[in-house]
Design a protein around this ligand. Structure first.
Ligand SMILES: [Zn+2]
Length: 347
């Protein structure tokens, strides 16, 4: 079979790899219908983090179950399934706490020694705990729902998690820092799932602003840094925002988050802190800020999000502004790295 491989910074190819197979009785093999490139994949592509040469890429995918191990009871060959970006048994203490990304038997697709989502098929460990079936399968959902379903494998759930961590609820006013796919999905989750009334999106790109407005953003702030903070404070009567989603993960974005939070406000952070911002404690201490962060336990949200997609009430697919065949994955990485594309879907 063919799969995307990382060679070095800026160099991604598609090449022949061994076929995905059942290594454990708890495994399934999923034939990939759609996958995509994640903003976090760009860390190694840009050389910010190191990755082994010829390692597999991708952790967001959906597809058809092609084979199941002897111990797999929840799925049959032919099921349409969505995978969260990490596998988990969904039975250990961490999983039962809703923190499937901390699963005692978990792991990440695309990590060394595992299959990646950007390939023709994937070995899925802990299949019963990991995968979530789409009710009715491909016949019910149709090809046209696949992009919206694919988005639930990471960005739709990660954006929602940011809004949850920020304490968003019915009628909330929320600010979202970051207009990448996750930030945009934080807008969608805050409005559609959690009932936020007002969402201020920090964005200076017209195409991303348009997606954000489509997802329910009520205000757009283009300014950054101190000017951005001042603009948000002006929009909120000088008070600042009670719920701030940080979806970038840089020192600059964190400074903005803490600057625009209202007294007693909460910051929900889902931006991967590749550059490891050093957080001051004095400012949040003085201003009673809650800081909540974490890698999104997508599996926790997946059943609900899939139900919303099939019911037609949630659609994060507008974040996919580029669609390419797997063979052109290198073009997709280049486009996302250059910020010419918000998010690339692979067929
Ligand atoms: Zn677990």
């Amino acid at each position: 079979m063919r799969a995307a491989l990382y060679l070095s910074a800026g160099d991604v190819i598609v090449d022949e790899v061994p076929d995905a197979f059942l290594a454990e009785p708890t495994d399934a093999v999923v034939r990939v219908l759609r996958s995509c490139i994640c903003g976090s994949d760009l860390g190694s592509y840009r050389g910010v983090i190191t990755r082994a040469a010829r390692s597999r890429l991708g952790h967001e995918f959906l597809g058809i179950v092609e084979a199941v191990g002897a111990d797999v009871t929840s799925f049959r060959v032919g099921d349409l399934v969505v995978a969260p970006f990490q596998w988990s048994d969904n039975t250990c203490p961490a999983c039962l706490d809703g923190l499937q990304t901390s699963c005692a038997n978990g792991g990440t697709f695309g990590a060394p020694g595992t299959d990646g989502g950007q390939g023709e098929a994937v070995r899925v460990p802990q299949a019963d705990g990991t995968l979530v079936a789409v009710p009715g399968g491909l016949d019910a959902s149709g090809e046209e729902l696949l992009p919206a379903l694919l988005a639930t494998s990471d960005v739709a759930a990660t954006g929602l998690h940011g809004a949850v961590l920020a304490g968003t609820g019915e009628g909330s006013t929320v600010a979202v820092i970051g207009d990448g796919a996750v930030g945009l999905c934080a807008v969608l989750g805050a409005v559609t799932v959690l009932g936020a009334e007002r969402v201020i999106l920090m964005s200076r790109h017209a195409d991303r602003q348009a997606i954000g407005k489509g997802f329910g953003a009520t205000d757009i702030v283009e300014a950054r840094g101190e000017e951005g903070i001042a603009a948000v404070r002006e929009l909120t009567g000088g008070l600042g925002v009670r719920h701030v989603v940080e979806a970038v993960g840089t020192p600059e974005s964190w400074a903005m988050a803490m600057g625009m939070a209202r007294e007693g406000g909460a910051i929900g952070a889902v931006g991967v802190p590749h550059t490891m911002p050093q957080l001051p404690l004095f400012e949040p201490f003085i201003h009673h800020l809650s800081i909540n962060l974490g890698i999104a336990p997508v599996r926790r949200y997946l059943p609900d999000l899939i139900a919303r997609v099939t019911a037609g009430t949630l659609d994060a697919s507008p974040v996919f502004d580029t669609t390419l065949p797997l063979a052109q994955v290198a073009k997709g990485y280049a486009a996302m790295s250059a910020r010419e594309s918000v998010k690339v879907m692979l067929t």
